[in-house]
Design a protein around this ligand. Structure first.
Ligand code: ADP
Length: 228
């Protein structure tokens, strides 16, 4: 799913985002990326979706060598990666249904498959009864559920989540991570960058520790503070 060798990103001005990272994430894994601010978590996520290009080293995502990927193939890569954001990034004046359906329209879906698929994912995230409610009228936890529904509706191989619980209270955060885990158990690889100690310790899944751009720890059933 993800394979890196000596993956390095140096920003203009010489600032190091990632420094010689070697990593393998297999299909179906559930992985947290943790580390202090500036450790390189966002840099790694941005490299995975090819928002930025590596400076050096190898990076393979979903079987594609991202150093060699032609620009026109990047939308196909992103179609197979569902993104979940801290600030949800939903269309607030549109309904829950519209927000999820929109993600299908964007990739060219048409016809009956849209209502069928949207209903199914809204049911999976527990919000069928709110499908006609404007997203701006939903709670933060509900909005993040819609964000997750949107991320999975095109059936990506992998979900990449950037601080998905950063705007949520602790109880809601655990519900959101439970939902991500359910989706993972159904076969989707999940990668979460987070500062949220509680969700990491609650899940006891694989934890990758970054510090100043380096991968300094990799625990199979890690806790937030293992190697920090
Ligand atoms: P994290 O997500 O763990 O907080 P980042 O990946 O955002 O860390 O940042 C890693 C390092 O790269 C930091 O030192 C940061 O200042 C630097 N950095 C991130 N983005 C840029 C950029 N666009 N230009 C220059 N430096 C950057």
């Amino acid at each position: 799913m993800i394979e890196t060798q000596n993956l390095t990103k140096t920003y203009a001005g010489g600032c190091i985002g990632l420094d010689n990272v070697d990593l393998v994430v297999k299909r179906g894994e559930f992985v947290f990326i943790v580390g202090p601010s500036g450790a390189g978590k966002s840099t790694l996520l941005k490299l995975l979706i090819r928002e930025i290009a590596p400076t050096d080293g190898k990076l393979k995502v979903l079987g594609q060598d991202l150093a060699l990927i032609p620009r026109k193939r990047i939308p196909y890569l992103r179609r197979n990666i569902g993104m979940v954001f801290q600030d949800f990034r939903l269309l607030e004046d549109r309904t829950a249904y519209d927000n999820v359906a929109f993600a299908m329209h964007v990739v060219g879906a048409t016809g009956r498959i849209i209502p069928r698929r949207v209903s199914r994912v809204l049911e999976l995230v527990g919000l069928s009864h709110k499908s006609r409610v404007k997203v701006g009228d939903l709670s933060g936890g509900e909005q993040q559920r819609i964000g997750i529904a949107r991320a999975i509706v095109n059936r990506p191989a992998m979900i990449v989540a950037d601080e998905p619980t950063g705007n949520l209270d602790p109880a809601t955060s655990l519900e959101i991570v439970d939902l991500l885990r359910t989706i993972n158990i159904q076969g989707t690889t999940v990668v979460i960058a987070t500062h949220d100690r509680e969700i990491v310790d609650y899940c006891r899944q694989r934890v990758l520790y970054l510090d100043r751009g380096r991968l300094v720890g990799d625990e199979e059933r890690g806790a937030y503070s293992c190697a920090l």
